[in-house]
Design a protein around this ligand. Structure first.
Ligand code: ATP
Ligand code: MG
Length: 421
């Protein structure tokens, strides 16, 4: 029979790596809590319409990356390729945007049918942050402070840089698009194939083409910055001033546009040069038009999402994952002879008295020697050995496994105290 395999680009998270993920997730959750953000969870499957109407029909995601299928009822559903649209849908559905502000975060798997490679998967994970109801540059700055604090907490600040741009209002972008298309149309044959196609469908995306000739051509193209409306310009200037005063460094990248249609004004990416082509670990921006576009009342919004796999790769690359995370046990309890009940009672007693300790009971019997081998392999600091003689006297032997100290035999009620010491 053919061996069953996971779908290409969809990874298992194995026990050896899960501690690093838990560490990252817990660190992010802590930082977000520090800033008063609340977690929201929404389904993995949504109506296809949600993504078509938010991300945009002519974006890479909607054109060719979505996992879309008809369910048994014939309704078109899609595995979420990102969280922002879902978050807006959930907030609207439950009235969370009515006359109030929201600071929210979520995490979980996202699905995009891309070519799998390092840092690019078909099922990947994001931790996202979205805020609603605040239109000023202060909340934009707060989001960037949150991310900067997170990099500091994770010990990766030196490896990431912040790139910043303003896309202006829809009007400003429309005027810019016209100028850009007219400039590029005259030089169409010099554009790469993808960019030629985008000239009609999504000309702004040409700005972040990876093609060198196209990039060279763009050097003399009209600049988006010159088309910004006063409001966007003021917003951007104030944001920069706030970042300056917070000591957060950034580079202005006039060609940063982002691949989703709903962004306007502020956009940003945190990038690293340590991960090759997949160097963006966190990306986001302002999307003041999206809530209304999805049928709600106009509500300003800004958010970002981090790629968990890329952050884990970066942590590994920088050797920034704390040591000892993978240790699963502190104490290993051996049951030698007919003492199963006593061994379990002992285990429960210690877990009651010292809840922070990780205590593993040996299962499956076997000789003292084979049980000691397991104890050693478990990584535990201590073995607790209970044999028939010990059990009948209410005693147990405590044996240090990692330091050269003699074992001692003590009364069961004294074990917790000894372990604590
Ligand atoms: P890229 O330009 O790398 O394709 P994107 O602009 O499509 O990224 P976003 O939709 O902004 O990405 O998602 C936010 C973050 O999620 C990205 O910065 C990245 O860290 C991560 N991410 C996006 N797509 C993938 C993927 N296929 N595999 C792993 N991580 C991803
Ligand atoms: Mg992409």
């Amino acid at each position: 029979m053919k061996k069953l395999q996971a779908i290409r680009g969809m990874n298992d998270l194995l026990p050896g790596d899960s501690a690093a993920w838990q560490y990252l997730e817990a660190t992010v959750a802590d930082v977000l809590q520090n800033y008063g953000y609340q977690e929201i969870r929404f389904p993995i499957l949504e109506p296809t319409e949600l993504f078509k109407r938010s991300i945009g029909e002519v974006t890479d995601i909607v054109e060719k990356e979505m996992y879309t299928f008809d369910d048994r009822n014939g309704d078109s559903v899609t595995l979420r390729p990102e969280g922002t649209a879902c978050c807006v849908r959930a907030c609207e559905q439950h009235g969370l945007l009515y006359n109030q502000t929201q600071r929210l975060w979520y995490q979980g798997p996202m699905f995009r049918y891309e070519r799998p490679q390092k840092g690019r998967l078909r099922q990947f994970h994001q931790i996202g942050v979205e805020t609603f109801g605040m239109d000023g540059p202060d909340i934009d700055a707060e989001l960037l402070m949150i991310s900067a604090r997170l990099w500091k907490q994770l010990g990766i600040s030196d490896a990431v840089t912040l790139q910043l741009n303003s896309l202006g209002t829809a009007d400003a972008r429309a005027r810019y698009k016209e100028a850009l298309v007219s400039y590029l149309s005259e030089r169409k044959e010099q554009l790469d194939e993808d960019s030629q196609r985008r000239l009609d469908s999504n000309p702004l995306r040409i700005l972040d083409s990876k093609n060198q000739d196209t990039q060279a051509l763009l050097n003399d193209a009209p600049a988006l910055h010159d088309f910004l409306d006063d409001d966007s310009r003021e917003h951007f200037d104030k944001l920069k001033a706030l970042l300056d005063s917070a000591g957060i460094q950034y580079e202005i990248n006039p060609r940063l546009v982002r691949g989703l249609d709903y962004y306007g004004k502020t956009v940003f990416e945190w990038v690293t040069d340590k991960l090759g082509a997949q160097g963006t670990v966190c990306a986001g921006g302002r999307y003041d038009g999206l809530v209304e576009q999805l049928g709600g009342r106009a509500t300003p919004a800004v958010g970002f999402a981090m790629g968990v796999e890329r952050l884990i790769l970066l942590l590994q690359e920088l050797e920034a994952i704390p040591e000892g995370l993978n240790q699963s046990v502190d104490v290993y309890i051996l049951a030698v002879g007919d003492v199963m009940e006593d061994a379990y009672q002992l285990g429960e007693l210690i877990r009651d008295q010292l809840p922070h300790l990780r205590v593993m009971n040996h299962c499956g019997g076997g000789s003292f020697k084979s049980q000691m081998k397991k104890a050693d392999r478990s990584g535990a600091e201590y073995a607790l050995i209970i044999g028939e003689d010990e059990a009948s006297q209410g005693m147990v032997t405590l044996k240090p496994l990692r330091v050269d100290r003699p074992q001692e035999t003590l009364a069961i009620e004294d074990v917790a105290k000894a372990l604590q010491a």
